[in-house]
Design a protein around this ligand. Structure first.
Ligand code: NAD
Ligand code: MG
Length: 384
């Protein structure tokens, strides 16, 4: 029998993490769950650990260490706490693939450690590639490490490229649902509430990415993510709004042919493909029915209203630490919006002010990204 694939899930208590556990549970003969980690949700981490019996868990909130330790003592599961522990547990010999399902900048450092240790990366944490795409892709190349996308659009592109890796891409189209405020004017966006922004029409996701989807920053981050995953120039990446979220993205080849990957919106599918590539495992997920979708529609995103999309292109073109600055500003702005400290439109305003008001480092090292991230957060705090 084939050896089982050792898996570490960083951020197992989140939307991607819990769905990944469902995928793993369906193929116990194929996967060997080694590591689970969570930020603050100790109760769910304990429940998951008792059910799935990993070798090791990490709770990054150190104040909850004792609680987790006590709960898992009898189960003989190693328990660690703190952000640094994430970097160590991914290096374990038993881990083959690290699924980065934690949210935000916190994903960067453990991903670097995982790549340095030669682990395959199943990447959900798009912020890692937005912040330091050049460093990450260079390091992965040096170490011969594969990064498989989990983000549905990038998984779609990747699936279209299977069997085509020798054929150059002319361009790609990333599809966007348009979020809850598709079709809104700037005037209408002035008064939208947090509760409205948290209601995504097609996907149920963590709070941060749900707000990013409403502001189209998520699509901006995905444009940058695609640049690094597929080695593209900004002008080769286009965004098209597709409200039904059935066509998950498209590749256009040099002969003019377009390939799309389609299916019902269900993140378990891209999560699973990132973990089983190049194989496809049989699932009982609901199947697409044409009669439920007599029309698939496409429209241009309204860039005059959703300014975050252009900010992402601006940052991608500016290179260096620009996208890192934009990401940090956005993380802080979204946190402020979630705390009801600013309005929805102020997110984009803060992003723009911080990106345009920051001097960039053009050939950044790791420390430059750390400083750029910190400085941008300080700037947002000062502007609030
Ligand atoms: P989520 O908020 O539901 O879960 C985040 C997880 O990370 C939780 O387990 C949490 O405990 C942990 N975490 C949070 N902050 C942390 C920190 N500072 N240090 C360590 N761990 C921390 O988020 P999500 O929706 O599952 O998204 C996770 C990542 O996947 C994001 O980068 C997101 O952009 C990406 N993604 C998500 C979806 C989706 O459908 N949810 C789709 C595509 C991409
Ligand atoms: Mg996506």
């Amino acid at each position: 029998m084939q050896e089982k694939k050792g898996i570490a899930i960083l951020g197992s208590t989140g939307s991607i993490g819990t769905q990944a556990l469902e995928v793993l549970a369906a193929y116990p003969e194929y996967f060997d769950l080694q590591v689970l980690t969570a930020g603050k949700n100790a109760d769910l981490l304990i429940e998951q650990a008792l059910k799935f019996q990993p070798n090791t868990v990490v709770i990054t909130d150190e104040s909850q260490y004792q609680k987790v330790k006590d709960a898992l003592w009898a189960a003989d599961i190693h328990v660690y706490a703190g952000q640094e522990a994430l970097c160590q547990v991914v290096e374990s010999n038993e881990v083959h693939t690290v699924l980065t399902a934690l949210v935000g900048y916190a994903g960067l450092k453990p991903t670097i450690h995982a790549i340095e240790a030669g682990k395959t990366i199943a990447l959900a944490n798009k912020e890692t590639l937005v912040v330091a795409g050049e460093l990450i892709t260079q390091l992965a190349k040096e170490k011969g490490v594969n990064i498989y996308p989990v983000d549905s659009e990038h998984s779609a592109i990747f699936q279209c490229l299977v069997g085509e890796f020798h054929n150059p891409i002319e361009k790609i189209y990333l599809t966007a649902s348009g979020g809850p405020f598709r079709g809104y004017s700037l005037e209408q966006l002035k008064s939208v509430t947090l509760e409205q922004a948290l209601k995504h029409p097609n996907w149920s996701m963590g709070a941060k990415i749900t707000i990013d989807s409403a502001s189209l920053m998520n699509k901006g981050l995905e444009v940058i993510e695609a640049k690094w995953l597929f080695g593209l120039e900004p002008e080769q990446i286009d965004v098209i709004v597709h409200p039904q979220s059935i066509v998950h993205s498209l590749v256009q080849f040099e002969d003019g042919s377009l390939k799309a990957q389609m299916g019902l919106p269900d993140m378990k599918l891209p999560i699973q493909f990132a973990l089983t590539y190049p194989s496809r495992f049989r699932t009982d997920f609901p199947r697409f029915n044409f009669m439920d979708y007599p029309q698939l529609t496409f429209e241009q995103p309204d860039r005059s209203v959703f300014k975050n999309l252009d900010l992402a292109y601006q940052a991608m073109t500016a290179k260096g630490t620009a996208a890192c600055v934009l990401n940090a500003a956005n993380e802080e702005a979204v946190a402020a919006f979630l705390a009801k400290r600013i309005s929805f439109l102020e997110i984009g305003q803060l992003n723009s002010d911080v990106l345009n008001g920051t001097e960039l480092v053009l050939n950044p090292q790791y420390e430059d990204y750390v400083h750029a991230d910190q400085n941008a957060r300080v700037k947002v705090a000062a502007l609030l």
